[in-house]
Design a protein around this ligand. Structure first.
Ligand code: ZN
Ligand code: ZN
Ligand code: FE
Length: 747
């Protein structure tokens, strides 16, 4: 069996409490080799061994600890083995920096859950119970050091009993900054849409649960923002929620009272179970086992985004509701979530029937994180609550750099020494609210860490709000090509140094030639990079209009194949688009794999018009199933640049559809054909290590088939783990490129 390296970063109070000897024993008992080290951000461990031993080691760290240690986070990466000899406790890194003190929000611990369920406990049913092992952190932190006066808890004076707990080194609440109880802490109230108090405290929770069971929509103020909560089994209520929220199709996340509720509805692997019950408590995308929920929760979607309650308030509320309920972010489509009562009343007017609010202010918006398990490893799709702002390791130390990300799924990052502190998810920079939120996150992150960045790294697209921001900062700017940033983010996530090949497939990114890229094969070297291959370019009739109406792109690729569009697209009138293509007016050229997925989705009648970016491609993935033929790729030229010509697949797709093959099989055929095209092209380019990055690799079928094909071709595939493969990870890639440019001797 081939050995693998496991990197683990354990955060929390893990220093000076015998944590390193504990790690030493755990590792050596399992025969693992490697090292452990105290760093300012926590304990960093790298161990090597076989898969089974590594999994056992990881489980030990997640479930056991020395008595005095407080573990607040365990992040892990699977990396290539480097051949450690023996196990050593390494020299500690310098300590005392403020970066160590910013901790993410932690899901409620078991001990606190027991307390709120115990009628004899003074915190019985108290929704703001927390301790040093759990509770709010990043979402209430206003400044450093992390002390109560620097949090939004400063307005609450601890009662003598809470103060005694806080002062007692032997107590679980010793220095628990948000410590509170019913006598002295925050309280909940149920409000009417006009802001009148309907009920208080426990009664408010009971009344709120009752309203949800009655099919009403309630805005619930939680940890990092508002949720809109509504019975997931009530089709009328869910439909109404969608209508009011102006969100027609995007799947809604649900929260379940307990793991058992989830097991009844979804297939849950061991790794998925661990993700659900982790301190990060993210939304986990799970394969549905049965229908049962209201169909409109996630229409036509074989997956369900599920999470467990992660604050005492959610535990109490969902126990009372007694079943799964939709818990979608409290915003209008595409806007950042609300965090303030008055703002919520205003912005959620006409959406929520009732408001369950509380008087602990939220300092910053922190959305729910989203993860998916691929090949037994976690892949973070949205890095926010529970993760933000934990750092990700960088390949090299650097001066202070801020990475501003791109345009969609915006995040920002600041680099300090050899780590990038990645912000929470901000959203798409399409509205004034989102751009304002973006500005707040940039300055907030800089203030929190006390950094004045010396370099700004941003996208190559001049019109992105994030790019404009970079040029407003008054420091040198490094513009990084969109797909190179994807490639370097994936490399950082896998601790890889160039050279490598990166398959960067996504929706849209500005290429260096002024066209829209998105189906690239980038060969990244130590001192630069080349575009070694790409998908055969095609045109997008109408530009952005083609994004909303994939049938336009479908017509365009049919013309490229020499097929009359109307012969396939039947009922759609393609004449205008054909004229547009002939005249070449507003038909930007692209190599975007995302747009190619859109086109096939429209061709097969799966989705001809989309309400949100990625919908057509997602629906094509969801519809794909069954056994299919292998697509045999024709011989391609042996020397780069290599053009992956999709025309033969499109012809085959149409052929199969015309012959009456079920479209699920045709969709599967398309996925597999592209995945084998990736492997074939990679093989021709000849670089052994192949990174799969970009939004398209959130698609499980494409990703898993590409991984398999690459391995079968003798290549080594890598994909994302802790940094999102979509544009949410770009800020890190931009920083890595800025470091690379600084390292060049002539720069
Ligand atoms: Zn606790
Ligand atoms: Zn108290
Ligand atoms: Fe992208």
């Amino acid at each position: 069996m081939i050995d693998c390296r496991l990197r683990i970063v354990v955060t929390g109070a893990v220093q000076g409490v015998g944590y390193r000897p504990f790690v030493y024993r755990a590792a050596t008992n399992l025969g693992l080799k490697g090292w452990v080290l105290n760093s300012p951000e926590g304990v960093v461990i790298e161990v090597e061994g076989n898969d089974k031993a590594l999994a056992a080691f990881e489980r030990t760290l997640r479930t056991e600890k020395p008595p005095q240690a407080v573990v607040q986070g365990v992040e892990s990466w699977r990396l290539d083995a480097v051949g450690f000899e023996g196990f050593e406790i390494r020299q500690s890194e310098e300590s005392g920096t403020r970066t160590a003190l910013v901790v993410p929000d932690l899901a409620t611990c078991q001990e606190c859950i027991l307390e709120i369920s115990d009628p004899s406990n003074r915190r019985y049913r108290y929704p703001f119970t927390n301790c040093t092992n759990c509770g709010p952190r990043y979402s209430i932190m206003q400044a450093l050091p992390y002390d109560r006066p620097n949090t939004t808890m400063k307005g609450f004076r601890m009662c003598p009993r809470c103060q005694a707990e806080y002062d007692d080194p032997g107590n679980r609440r010793f220095h628990a900054q948000p410590n509170a109880c019913p006598a002295c802490g925050p309280r909940v109230e149920l409000w009417s849409p006009d802001g009148d108090v309907v009920a208080r405290n426990w009664d408010a929770i009971v009344a709120c649960a009752e309203a949800v069971r009655d099919g009403r929509i309630v805005a619930v103020k939680g940890l990092g923002g508002y949720h809109l909560v509504c019975d997931a089994f009530n089709e009328d209520a869910i439909k109404e929620l969608r209508r009011r929220k102006n969100r027609e199709l995007k799947p809604l996340a649900v929260m379940a009272p307990s793991l058992e509720d989830i097991l009844n509805l979804c297939e849950v692997s061991q790794a998925e179970k661990e993700a659900l019950t982790s301190v990060e408590a993210p939304i986990v995308l799970l394969k549905r086992r049965s229908e049962g929920l209201a169909p409109s929760v996630a229409p036509g979607n074989p997956y369900l985004g599920v999470m467990l309650p992660y604050t005492p308030l959610h535990h109490l509320l969902f126990k009372e509701i007694g079943r799964m309920a939709a818990a979608t972010s409290g915003n209008l489509s595409d806007e950042p979530i609300c965090i303030d009562e008055r703002e919520a009343l205003q912005r959620l007017k006409g959406i929520a029937d009732l408001f369950l609010v509380h008087n602990r202010p939220i300092q910053r918006q922190v959305d729910d994180s989203i993860v998916r398990v691929i090949e037994n490893r976690l892949m973070v799709l949205r890095r926010s609550r529970g993760f933000a702002p934990l750092p990700v390791p960088l390949p090299a130390a650097c001066s202070k750099i801020v990475g501003l990300g791109a345009h969609l799924k915006s995040t920002v990052a600041v680099a300090i020494r050899d780590k990038a502190f990645l912000s929470q998810h901000i959203g798409d920079l399409e509205t004034v609210e989102a751009i304002m939120a973006f500005d707040r996150v940039v300055s907030g992150l800089e203030n929190l860490y006390g950094v004045n960045p010396e370099i700004a790294a941003c996208d190559g697209h001049p019109d992105y709000a994030s790019t404009r921001k970079a040029f407003c900062l008054g420091i040198p700017v490094v513009q990084v090509q969109h797909h190179l940033a994807h490639a370097l983010a994936c490399a950082a996530d896998n601790d890889l140094e160039p050279p490598f090949l990166a398959v960067t497939w996504d929706g849209t990114g500005l290429g260096t030639d002024g066209t829209i890229w998105g189906g690239e094969f980038l060969l990244v070297r130590q001192d630069g990079w080349d575009r070694a291959g790409w998908l055969r370019p095609f045109r997008l009739p109408g530009g952005d209009q083609a994004v909303r109406q994939p049938w336009r792109t479908a017509a365009s690729i049919l013309v490229e194949c020499g097929i009359e569009p109307s012969s396939v697209l039947g009922s759609i009138d393609c004449q205008g688009v054909e004229k547009q293509l002939k005249a070449g007016v507003n038909c930007p050229v692209t190599t975007s794999a995302g747009r190619l997925f859109d086109a096939i989705s429209a061709l097969l009648g799966v989705c001809a018009e989309q309400r949100f970016e990625g919908q057509a491609a997602m629906e094509l993935e969801f519809c794909a199933s069954g056994q299919t033929d292998e697509f045999v790729w024709p011989e391609a030229p042996a020397r780069p640049p290599l053009i992956l010509d999709w025309r033969p697949i499109v012809k085959d797709v149409i052929d199969q559809a015309m012959k009456g093959r079920p479209r699920s099989q045709v969709a599967m055929f398309f996925h597999k054909a592209l995945a084998s095209g990736i492997a074939q092209t990679a093989q021709r380019i000849g670089e052994k290590r192949v990174l799969l990055t970009g939004g398209c690799f959130q698609n499980r079928i494409l990703l898993e088939n590409a991984i398999r094909n690459l391995r079968n071709s003798g290549l080594e595939p890598y994909w994302h783990q802790r940094i999102p493969p979509n544009d949410g990870g770009l800020a890190v890639g931009q920083i890595v490129e800025a470091i690379r440019q600084r390292r060049k001797p002539c720069a």
